[in-house]
Design a protein around this ligand. Structure first.
Ligand SMILES: [Mg+2]
Length: 370
């Protein structure tokens, strides 16, 4: 089988809540998604999506996805999309870095492989390992009172795990964590994600102040060294996210006992091929994961669901149904939340059918158009 064409669309994803705010005053009101289709000479078409969390979260931005695709896509025409290892090595040899650009190309090829096999992608990633993936809800940064009210509102929608966006002023963040912890019901879990927003003295103050509380702390500081320092000062379970970007950084962190959990984002590490590698390394090291992506709609949520469903529940702390945060549908067949949980689509490949009318006109066509 050969790749004959690559098409990309830009789609705005407005937020149901109107605004999503996190550390250092960052916020997004409309997410900028790129949907990719990979066409083949066998008539199979694979789809994927990449939606960065703005431009200030990771070294990734929405326009960069499309600029990178324009650079990379012409070099993939004629390759076999089912040779995923060779495809990834070719992408790395053609464009250094930029894993988020490679992610939708890799994922679309997994969609093709699944369609060819007649199996859902989760089967190809190790097989279905759990039913009903627990979902967490991100609580946008706001006053402690409004964040605690958001926890109650999303509990009513079925969620039992909550990720607070902190990483602002240390005193305010202590109040946010205390207010939301007090709002929890038995069996619920709370993760305070600073998204690199604290300097070490601020992080030290927060983890000391919340020491008696049953909460997780995620990515307190920008650098690995700073996070490791905070890790050694707190008994709270620590999650690393932004600094775990590849196998090299993960292996070092495992060797240093730097975290209790990893937040694994598919596009951050370059697609499902690399995410599967990191997932398997985490499991071998006894490290559970939050399995998700930087953001997304229906298609990104389907990819998350397949990776999460092929991960045993004890290693999949939570995943995310990003398609419930926005107001725009991108595909039929995407996961739908039930009682705070989701299940991967059962059809072949990603198991979704993109809604062409929702995509508009393509912004990039290389080779055969779909
Ligand atoms: Mg995070």
């Amino acid at each position: 089988m050969k790749i004959t064409g690559i098409t990309a669309w830009q789609v705005d994803l407005p937020l149901r809540e109107g605004r999503y705010a996190w550390s250092d005053g960052n916020q997004v009101t409309v997410f900028d998604a790129t949907v990719v289709a990979v066409a083949t000479d066998a008539g199979l078409v694979g789809h994927a999506e990449c939606t960065p969390l703005g431009a200030a979260y990771l070294p990734a931005y929405a326009g960069g996805v499309r600029a990178g695709l324009a650079e990379l896509a012409p070099r993939l025409i004629g390759l076999d999309p089912t040779d995923l290892g060779a495809l990834n090595r070719h992408m790395d040899a053609t464009l250094r870095g930029h894993p988020y650009v490679k992610a939708p190309l890799d994922i679309a090829c997994w969609d093709i492989l699944g369609q060819l096999a007649g199996l859902p992608v989760c089967k190809l990633l190790g097989g279905s390992a759990q039913d009903g993936i627990r979902l967490y809800r991100a609580i946008s940064q706001d006053t402690p009172e409004r964040m605690a009210a958001s926890v109650a509102r999303y509990r009513a929608e079925g969620y039992r795990a909550f990720q607070l966006k902190v990483g602002g002023d240390a005193d305010a963040d202590i109040a946010r964590i205390e207010a939301c912890r007090a709002a929890l019901a038995p069996g619920e879990v709370l993760d305070a994600d600073a998204n690199t927003g604290w300097t070490m003295h601020e992080a030290a103050r927060v983890v000391a102040a919340v020491a008696p509380l049953d909460v997780y702390i995620e990515q307190p500081c920008p650098s690995y060294r700073e996070c490791l320092s905070i890790r050694r000062r707190t008994a709270r379970p620590l999650v690393l996210d932004e600094v775990i970007t590849d196998a090299e950084t993960l292996l070092r962190a495992v060797a240093d006992d730097a975290m209790d959990m990893v937040n694994l984002k598919i596009s951050k590490v370059g697609g499902l091929t690399r995410a599967r590698l990191l997932r398997d390394l985490c499991m071998a090291a006894g490290i559970p994961m939050i399995i998700e992506d930087t953001w997304g709609g229906d298609i990104a949520t389907a990819a998350i669901a397949h990776l999460a469903q092929s991960t045993p529940a004890e290693f999949c702390f939570a995943a995310t149904d990003f398609n419930s945060y926005g107001t725009r549908r991108l595909a039929d067949g995407a996961p739908a939340r039930v009682e705070g949980r989701m299940t991967a689509p059962a059809g072949p490949g990603l198991g979704i059918t993109p809604l062409r009318e929702a995509l508009g006109a393509p912004v990039l066509v290389v080779g055969e158009a779909v």
